[in-house]
Ligand binder design. Structure first.
Ligand code: PEP
Ligand code: MG
Length: 288
């Protein structure tokens, strides 16, 4: 970021007319927070938890997960910290957990996989509920396509909370939201009684355009600025307004400066981007 953009980094973001816009950060491992001042952002919009499952030491136990989540939650000093449950499968294979499939992007990934492995999912939900006493923790489900997935995950979270209570362990029930990254969810987001929506523009774009996110040959089609994708983003923002819940966007489109004006034009007022992009995104918002 240039010197001019850096001047924006430590201030809250606002559009040219003064309308505030939340700028949160995405992290894929806790080390990214080292030396980072939480004051540069309005919180963490996405913690990808896949890193925990890549150690090659089997699946992480509850205490190991709690330690990491609590550390991240404490870093934010009261700002919201949105932790996504495991998004394995698709472009994120995990040994011992995901299965070989002909079409991994259309297969058992994200919440689908978690619901088929409740013994793994339960450990993560317990760790998240315990971490919730260390900060403003929110829990987010990836790849939700039908309301039943949110309902089943909510029931498992309730169960985890009840078990923690019975065991006398400190905990809280974090709000449960969904990623809106499957067109089915974007088209009908009001049907999902989620505490918040977070638009995953990377997957939403690939599923809307039927163009894989990791394939150079179709990169041109994989365009988050396509009017069809923007229409789904707008419909998700409208659904959030109708239900009175927050909507943010945590895909790469949020840090695409040429796309930002179009995203804000949908009514979107929160984006979550890589820490390194915060300054330039805030500067670009000020020009909108
Ligand atoms: C997305 O799909 O836009 C997203 C933020 O999640 P991921 O890139 O981890 O799939
Ligand atoms: Mg995604």
């Amino acid at each position: 970021a240039g010197a001019a953009a850096l001047a924006f980094r430590d201030r809250p973001a606002a559009m040219a007319d003064g309308t505030p816009v939340s700028v949160l950060i995405n992290i894929a491992e806790p080390a990214e927070l080292d030396g980072l001042d939480p004051a540069i952002c309005d919180g963490i919009g996405l913690v990808r938890t896949e890193f925990l499952f890549h150690a090659g030491r089997g699946l992480p136990d509850e205490e190991a997960q709690l330690a990491v989540y609590a550390r991240i939650a404490a870093w934010a000093r009261g700002r919201p910290v949105t932790i996504r449950t495991l998004d394995a499968g698709g472009d994120k294979p995990i040994a011992g957990l995901t299965v070989q499939e002909a079409n991994p992007f259309l297969g058992l990934r994200g919440i689908r996989l978690s619901l088929t492995r409740p013994e793994v999912f339960r450990v993560q939900l317990r760790a998240l509920a315990r971490a919730a006493v260390h900060g403003n923790v929110k829990v987010m489900l990836p790849m939700v396509a039908v309301p039943a997935e949110l309902e089943r995950a909510g029931a498992l979270l309730d169960e985890a909370v009840a078990d923690l209570k019975a065991a006398g362990l400190p905990h809280a029930r974090p709000p449960l939201g969904i990623m809106v990254e499957v067109p089915a969810a974007a088209i009908s987001a009001t049907r999902f009684p989620a505490a918040f929506y977070s638009i995953g523009s990377n997957d939403l774009t690939q599923y809307t355009m039927a163009a894989a996110r990791d394939l150079g040959a179709v990169a041109e089609l994989n365009d988050a600025g396509d009017p069809a994708v923007l229409a789904l983003i707008a419909s998700t923002v409208a659904a959030g307004a109708a239900r009175g819940v927050e909507v943010s966007l945590c895909g790469d489109a949020g840090a695409d400066l040429s796309l930002l004006p179009k995203l804000l034009a949908t009514g979107l007022r929160a984006v979550s981007v890589a820490p390194v992009a915060v300054a330039r995104v805030k500067a670009a918002i000020a020009r909108c």
